[in-house]
Design a protein around this ligand. Structure first.
Ligand SMILES: Cc1cc2nc3c(=O)[nH]c(=O)nc-3n(C[C@H](O)[C@H](O)[C@H](O)COP(=O)(O)O)c2cc1C
Length: 322
Protein backbone atom coordinates (compact mmCIF):
# COMPACT_ATOMS: atom_id res chain seq x y z
CA UNK A 1 0.00 0.00 0.00
CA UNK A 2 1.17 3.50 -0.79
CA UNK A 3 0.44 6.72 1.07
CA UNK A 4 1.67 9.53 -1.12
CA UNK A 5 5.26 8.66 -1.96
CA UNK A 6 5.59 6.19 0.91
CA UNK A 7 5.31 2.49 0.18
CA UNK A 8 4.38 0.66 3.39
CA UNK A 9 6.44 -2.48 3.96
CA UNK A 10 3.39 -4.41 5.21
CA UNK A 11 -0.29 -4.00 6.01
CA UNK A 12 -0.03 -3.56 9.78
CA UNK A 13 -0.42 -0.05 11.17
CA UNK A 14 -0.45 1.20 14.76
CA UNK A 15 -3.41 3.42 15.68
CA UNK A 16 -3.22 6.78 17.38
CA UNK A 17 -3.85 6.20 21.10
CA UNK A 18 -3.84 9.30 23.29
CA UNK A 19 -1.66 8.70 26.34
CA UNK A 20 0.14 5.74 24.76
CA UNK A 21 1.54 6.17 21.27
CA UNK A 22 4.48 8.39 22.08
CA UNK A 23 7.97 7.88 20.66
CA UNK A 24 8.80 4.96 22.99
CA UNK A 25 5.62 3.12 22.07
CA UNK A 26 6.14 3.69 18.37
CA UNK A 27 9.76 2.55 18.58
CA UNK A 28 8.78 -0.78 20.12
CA UNK A 29 5.92 -1.35 17.67
CA UNK A 30 8.19 -0.60 14.75
CA UNK A 31 10.80 -3.03 16.04
CA UNK A 32 8.07 -5.67 16.09
CA UNK A 33 7.25 -4.97 12.47
CA UNK A 34 4.58 -2.25 12.26
CA UNK A 35 4.96 -0.45 8.94
CA UNK A 36 3.47 2.86 10.07
CA UNK A 37 2.72 4.39 13.46
CA UNK A 38 0.44 7.30 14.26
CA UNK A 39 1.12 9.86 16.96
CA UNK A 40 -1.69 10.58 19.36
CA UNK A 41 -3.94 13.45 18.33
CA UNK A 42 -2.33 16.85 18.63
CA UNK A 43 -4.31 20.05 19.06
CA UNK A 44 -4.23 22.32 16.00
CA UNK A 45 -5.01 25.27 18.25
CA UNK A 46 -2.14 24.26 20.55
CA UNK A 47 0.24 24.39 17.59
CA UNK A 48 -1.19 27.67 16.34
CA UNK A 49 -0.90 29.26 19.79
CA UNK A 50 2.71 27.97 19.97
CA UNK A 51 1.99 26.05 23.19
CA UNK A 52 5.39 24.64 24.14
CA UNK A 53 4.11 21.22 25.22
CA UNK A 54 2.17 20.87 21.97
CA UNK A 55 5.10 21.98 19.82
CA UNK A 56 7.31 19.41 21.62
CA UNK A 57 4.88 16.72 20.49
CA UNK A 58 5.53 17.65 16.86
CA UNK A 59 9.24 16.80 17.06
CA UNK A 60 10.23 13.59 15.31
CA UNK A 61 13.43 11.67 15.96
CA UNK A 62 15.57 10.25 13.19
CA UNK A 63 14.60 6.66 13.93
CA UNK A 64 10.87 7.39 14.15
CA UNK A 65 9.67 6.71 10.61
CA UNK A 66 7.22 6.15 9.04
CA UNK A 67 5.19 8.33 11.31
CA UNK A 68 1.82 9.91 10.72
CA UNK A 69 1.13 12.95 12.88
CA UNK A 70 -2.51 13.40 13.76
CA UNK A 71 -4.15 16.80 14.17
CA UNK A 72 -7.51 17.60 15.69
CA UNK A 73 -9.27 20.89 15.26
CA UNK A 74 -12.71 22.33 14.56
CA UNK A 75 -12.17 24.70 11.67
CA UNK A 76 -10.50 24.72 8.29
CA UNK A 77 -8.53 27.75 9.37
CA UNK A 78 -7.07 26.04 12.45
CA UNK A 79 -6.30 22.78 10.69
CA UNK A 80 -4.72 24.41 7.64
CA UNK A 81 -2.52 26.64 9.78
CA UNK A 82 -1.37 23.76 11.99
CA UNK A 83 -0.78 21.50 8.98
CA UNK A 84 1.40 24.19 7.38
CA UNK A 85 3.42 24.27 10.60
CA UNK A 86 3.89 20.47 10.49
CA UNK A 87 4.77 20.63 6.82
CA UNK A 88 7.49 23.21 7.48
CA UNK A 89 8.86 22.36 10.90
CA UNK A 90 8.07 18.73 11.72
CA UNK A 91 9.83 15.71 10.28
CA UNK A 92 6.65 13.66 10.31
CA UNK A 93 6.00 11.83 7.06
CA UNK A 94 2.22 12.05 6.86
CA UNK A 95 -0.35 14.48 8.25
CA UNK A 96 -3.55 12.84 9.49
CA UNK A 97 -6.76 14.66 10.36
CA UNK A 98 -8.83 13.32 13.22
CA UNK A 99 -12.49 13.18 12.25
CA UNK A 100 -13.41 10.23 14.41
CA UNK A 101 -12.81 11.04 18.06
CA UNK A 102 -16.06 10.74 20.09
CA UNK A 103 -14.72 12.15 23.37
CA UNK A 104 -16.90 14.92 24.90
CA UNK A 105 -14.10 17.46 25.24
CA UNK A 106 -13.20 17.08 21.56
CA UNK A 107 -16.85 17.27 20.43
CA UNK A 108 -17.34 20.43 22.47
CA UNK A 109 -14.56 22.01 20.44
CA UNK A 110 -16.48 20.95 17.29
CA UNK A 111 -13.60 18.63 16.38
CA UNK A 112 -13.07 14.92 15.86
CA UNK A 113 -16.25 13.05 14.92
CA UNK A 114 -18.30 16.26 15.32
CA UNK A 115 -17.14 17.05 11.78
CA UNK A 116 -18.89 13.95 10.38
CA UNK A 117 -22.13 15.96 10.48
CA UNK A 118 -21.20 17.74 7.30
CA UNK A 119 -19.45 15.92 4.42
CA UNK A 120 -19.33 19.24 2.52
CA UNK A 121 -17.42 20.90 5.35
CA UNK A 122 -15.10 17.90 5.49
CA UNK A 123 -14.43 18.36 1.79
CA UNK A 124 -13.54 22.02 2.33
CA UNK A 125 -11.25 21.25 5.26
CA UNK A 126 -9.41 18.38 3.58
CA UNK A 127 -9.05 20.29 0.31
CA UNK A 128 -7.73 23.30 2.21
CA UNK A 129 -5.12 21.20 4.00
CA UNK A 130 -4.11 19.17 0.94
CA UNK A 131 -3.57 22.33 -1.09
CA UNK A 132 -1.48 23.96 1.64
CA UNK A 133 1.09 21.24 2.35
CA UNK A 134 3.46 19.00 0.45
CA UNK A 135 3.24 16.02 2.82
CA UNK A 136 0.53 13.44 2.12
CA UNK A 137 -2.71 14.06 4.01
CA UNK A 138 -4.91 11.27 5.38
CA UNK A 139 -8.11 11.29 7.40
CA UNK A 140 -9.32 8.99 10.18
CA UNK A 141 -13.10 8.72 10.50
CA UNK A 142 -15.93 6.70 12.01
CA UNK A 143 -19.04 5.44 10.21
CA UNK A 144 -21.16 8.48 11.10
CA UNK A 145 -22.76 10.12 14.12
CA UNK A 146 -25.40 7.48 14.98
CA UNK A 147 -26.56 4.15 13.57
CA UNK A 148 -29.40 6.01 11.82
CA UNK A 149 -27.18 8.61 10.22
CA UNK A 150 -24.33 6.52 8.86
CA UNK A 151 -22.72 8.53 6.06
CA UNK A 152 -19.32 6.90 5.72
CA UNK A 153 -19.61 6.39 1.96
CA UNK A 154 -20.45 10.00 1.27
CA UNK A 155 -17.75 11.22 3.65
CA UNK A 156 -15.17 8.89 2.07
CA UNK A 157 -16.07 10.18 -1.40
CA UNK A 158 -15.69 13.79 -0.29
CA UNK A 159 -12.32 13.04 1.30
CA UNK A 160 -11.13 11.35 -1.87
CA UNK A 161 -12.41 14.22 -4.03
CA UNK A 162 -10.55 16.66 -1.79
CA UNK A 163 -7.26 14.93 -2.64
CA UNK A 164 -6.42 12.92 0.48
CA UNK A 165 -3.84 10.17 0.09
CA UNK A 166 -5.69 7.57 2.19
CA UNK A 167 -8.45 7.15 4.71
CA UNK A 168 -8.77 5.08 7.86
CA UNK A 169 -12.21 3.92 8.95
CA UNK A 170 -13.06 2.79 12.47
CA UNK A 171 -16.16 0.63 12.12
CA UNK A 172 -18.20 2.36 14.81
CA UNK A 173 -20.33 5.50 15.00
CA UNK A 174 -19.73 8.46 17.28
CA UNK A 175 -22.57 7.40 19.58
CA UNK A 176 -21.24 3.83 19.79
CA UNK A 177 -18.17 5.17 21.60
CA UNK A 178 -16.37 1.82 22.12
CA UNK A 179 -19.48 -0.27 22.72
CA UNK A 180 -20.56 -3.26 20.67
CA UNK A 181 -18.52 -4.65 17.80
CA UNK A 182 -16.90 -2.83 14.92
CA UNK A 183 -19.02 -3.10 11.78
CA UNK A 184 -16.90 -4.20 8.82
CA UNK A 185 -19.81 -4.18 6.32
CA UNK A 186 -19.71 -0.41 6.01
CA UNK A 187 -15.92 -0.39 5.76
CA UNK A 188 -16.24 -2.86 2.89
CA UNK A 189 -18.89 -0.69 1.17
CA UNK A 190 -16.75 2.41 1.59
CA UNK A 191 -13.73 0.61 0.14
CA UNK A 192 -15.81 -0.44 -2.88
CA UNK A 193 -16.98 3.12 -3.47
CA UNK A 194 -13.60 4.88 -3.68
CA UNK A 195 -10.22 4.32 -5.29
CA UNK A 196 -7.84 5.72 -2.68
CA UNK A 197 -6.29 3.30 -0.16
CA UNK A 198 -8.47 2.41 2.83
CA UNK A 199 -7.24 1.27 6.24
CA UNK A 200 -9.70 -0.83 8.27
CA UNK A 201 -9.83 -0.31 12.03
CA UNK A 202 -11.66 -1.67 15.02
CA UNK A 203 -11.49 -4.75 17.26
CA UNK A 204 -8.61 -6.51 15.52
CA UNK A 205 -7.28 -8.67 18.33
CA UNK A 206 -5.85 -11.80 16.74
CA UNK A 207 -4.14 -13.10 13.61
CA UNK A 208 -7.51 -14.52 12.56
CA UNK A 209 -9.21 -11.12 12.98
CA UNK A 210 -6.49 -9.46 10.90
CA UNK A 211 -6.82 -12.03 8.16
CA UNK A 212 -10.62 -11.88 8.18
CA UNK A 213 -10.85 -8.07 8.08
CA UNK A 214 -8.40 -7.78 5.19
CA UNK A 215 -10.08 -10.56 3.26
CA UNK A 216 -13.65 -9.43 3.93
CA UNK A 217 -13.29 -5.67 3.45
CA UNK A 218 -10.57 -5.90 0.76
CA UNK A 219 -8.96 -2.94 2.49
CA UNK A 220 -5.34 -2.08 1.80
CA UNK A 221 -4.18 -2.32 5.41
CA UNK A 222 -5.38 -2.81 8.96
CA UNK A 223 -4.91 -0.54 11.96
CA UNK A 224 -4.53 -1.93 15.46
CA UNK A 225 -5.06 0.12 18.60
CA UNK A 226 -5.99 -1.32 21.97
CA UNK A 227 -4.78 -4.84 21.32
CA UNK A 228 -1.27 -3.57 20.69
CA UNK A 229 -1.01 -2.12 24.21
CA UNK A 230 1.52 -4.28 26.05
CA UNK A 231 1.43 -6.78 23.21
CA UNK A 232 3.92 -5.95 20.46
CA UNK A 233 4.10 -9.73 19.86
CA UNK A 234 0.62 -9.56 18.34
CA UNK A 235 1.96 -7.14 15.74
CA UNK A 236 4.98 -9.37 15.11
CA UNK A 237 2.82 -12.48 14.84
CA UNK A 238 0.40 -10.87 12.38
CA UNK A 239 3.26 -9.58 10.22
CA UNK A 240 5.04 -12.94 10.39
CA UNK A 241 1.86 -14.83 9.62
CA UNK A 242 1.27 -12.75 6.49
CA UNK A 243 4.87 -13.41 5.47
CA UNK A 244 4.54 -17.15 6.08
CA UNK A 245 6.97 -17.02 8.99
CA UNK A 246 6.85 -18.66 12.41
CA UNK A 247 4.43 -17.29 14.97
CA UNK A 248 5.09 -17.57 18.70
CA UNK A 249 3.87 -16.29 22.02
CA UNK A 250 6.30 -14.55 24.39
CA UNK A 251 7.56 -16.24 27.54
CA UNK A 252 7.00 -14.66 30.95
CA UNK A 253 10.59 -13.49 31.09
CA UNK A 254 10.35 -11.92 27.64
CA UNK A 255 7.29 -9.98 28.78
CA UNK A 256 9.04 -8.75 31.91
CA UNK A 257 12.12 -7.72 29.97
CA UNK A 258 9.97 -5.87 27.44
CA UNK A 259 8.06 -3.94 30.08
CA UNK A 260 11.41 -2.93 31.56
CA UNK A 261 12.66 -1.89 28.13
CA UNK A 262 9.54 0.19 27.62
CA UNK A 263 10.21 1.83 30.98
CA UNK A 264 13.81 2.64 30.01
CA UNK A 265 12.65 4.19 26.72
CA UNK A 266 9.98 6.23 28.52
CA UNK A 267 12.55 7.37 31.05
CA UNK A 268 14.78 8.70 28.27
CA UNK A 269 11.81 10.30 26.54
CA UNK A 270 9.83 11.76 29.45
CA UNK A 271 11.95 11.55 32.59
CA UNK A 272 11.60 9.14 35.52
CA UNK A 273 8.46 10.56 37.11
CA UNK A 274 6.32 10.41 33.97
CA UNK A 275 7.86 7.10 32.94
CA UNK A 276 6.72 5.50 36.20
CA UNK A 277 3.23 6.97 35.82
CA UNK A 278 3.04 5.78 32.22
CA UNK A 279 4.20 2.33 33.22
CA UNK A 280 1.26 1.88 35.56
CA UNK A 281 -1.12 1.66 32.61
CA UNK A 282 1.22 -0.58 30.63
CA UNK A 283 2.35 -3.03 33.30
CA UNK A 284 -0.71 -5.27 33.53
CA UNK A 285 -1.15 -5.20 29.75
CA UNK A 286 2.37 -6.54 29.21
CA UNK A 287 1.95 -9.16 31.91
CA UNK A 288 -1.61 -10.24 31.10
CA UNK A 289 -2.13 -13.86 32.04
CA UNK A 290 0.59 -13.92 34.68
CA UNK A 291 -0.22 -13.88 38.36
CA UNK A 292 1.26 -10.47 39.16
CA UNK A 293 -1.45 -9.04 41.44
CA UNK A 294 1.02 -8.43 44.24
CA UNK A 295 3.46 -6.69 41.88
CA UNK A 296 0.70 -4.46 40.49
CA UNK A 297 -0.09 -3.22 43.99
CA UNK A 298 3.56 -2.66 44.77
CA UNK A 299 4.14 -0.74 41.55
CA UNK A 300 1.60 1.87 42.69
CA UNK A 301 3.88 2.75 45.61
CA UNK A 302 7.10 3.11 43.60
CA UNK A 303 8.29 6.63 42.86
CA UNK A 304 12.06 6.23 42.32
CA UNK A 305 14.09 4.79 39.51
CA UNK A 306 16.26 2.75 41.89
CA UNK A 307 13.21 1.02 43.36
CA UNK A 308 11.84 0.43 39.88
CA UNK A 309 15.02 -1.37 38.84
CA UNK A 310 15.02 -3.51 42.00
CA UNK A 311 11.39 -4.33 41.31
CA UNK A 312 12.16 -5.55 37.78
CA UNK A 313 15.15 -7.55 39.01
CA UNK A 314 13.03 -9.32 41.59
CA UNK A 315 10.38 -10.17 39.00
CA UNK A 316 12.99 -11.44 36.59
CA UNK A 317 14.44 -13.73 39.26
CA UNK A 318 11.02 -15.09 40.11
CA UNK A 319 10.14 -15.87 36.49
CA UNK A 320 13.66 -16.75 35.33
CA UNK A 321 12.91 -20.30 34.36
CA UNK A 322 9.35 -19.94 33.11
C1 LIG B 1 -6.97 5.20 25.01
C2 LIG B 1 -7.36 5.51 23.58
C3 LIG B 1 -6.88 6.65 22.98
C4 LIG B 1 -7.22 6.96 21.65
N1 LIG B 1 -6.70 8.07 21.07
C5 LIG B 1 -7.00 8.35 19.77
C6 LIG B 1 -6.44 9.48 19.12
O1 LIG B 1 -5.67 10.25 19.69
N2 LIG B 1 -6.79 9.69 17.81
C7 LIG B 1 -7.65 8.84 17.13
O2 LIG B 1 -7.93 9.07 15.95
N3 LIG B 1 -8.15 7.76 17.72
C8 LIG B 1 -7.86 7.49 19.02
N4 LIG B 1 -8.35 6.36 19.59
C9 LIG B 1 -9.11 5.41 18.76
C10 LIG B 1 -8.17 4.35 18.18
O3 LIG B 1 -7.21 4.93 17.34
C11 LIG B 1 -8.94 3.28 17.40
O4 LIG B 1 -9.62 3.89 16.35
C12 LIG B 1 -9.94 2.53 18.27
O5 LIG B 1 -9.40 2.20 19.52
C13 LIG B 1 -10.44 1.26 17.57
O6 LIG B 1 -9.38 0.40 17.26
P1 LIG B 1 -8.96 -0.86 18.21
O7 LIG B 1 -10.21 -1.68 18.40
O8 LIG B 1 -7.90 -1.58 17.45
O9 LIG B 1 -8.49 -0.28 19.50
C14 LIG B 1 -8.06 6.07 20.92
C15 LIG B 1 -8.55 4.93 21.55
C16 LIG B 1 -8.21 4.64 22.85
C17 LIG B 1 -8.75 3.38 23.48
Amino acid sequence: MKIGKYELKNKVIIAPLAGYTNYSYRKIMREFGASLCYTEMISAKGINFKNKKTLDMTKVKEDDHLVSMQLFGGTKEDLVKAAIYLDKYSDCDIIDLNMGCPVKKVLKAKSGSYLLKSPENIYEIVKGVVESVSKPVTVKIRLGITKNTINVIEVAKQIEKAGAAAICIHGRTQSDLYKGKANYDYIKLAKESIKMPVIANGDIKTIEDAEYVLEYTKCDAIMIGRSSIGNPWLIQNIVNHFEGKEVKEPTAIERIQMVQRHYELLKAELGTKLAILNLRSLFSRYLKGLDVKEYKIRLMGITEDKKMLEFFKEMEEKYENS
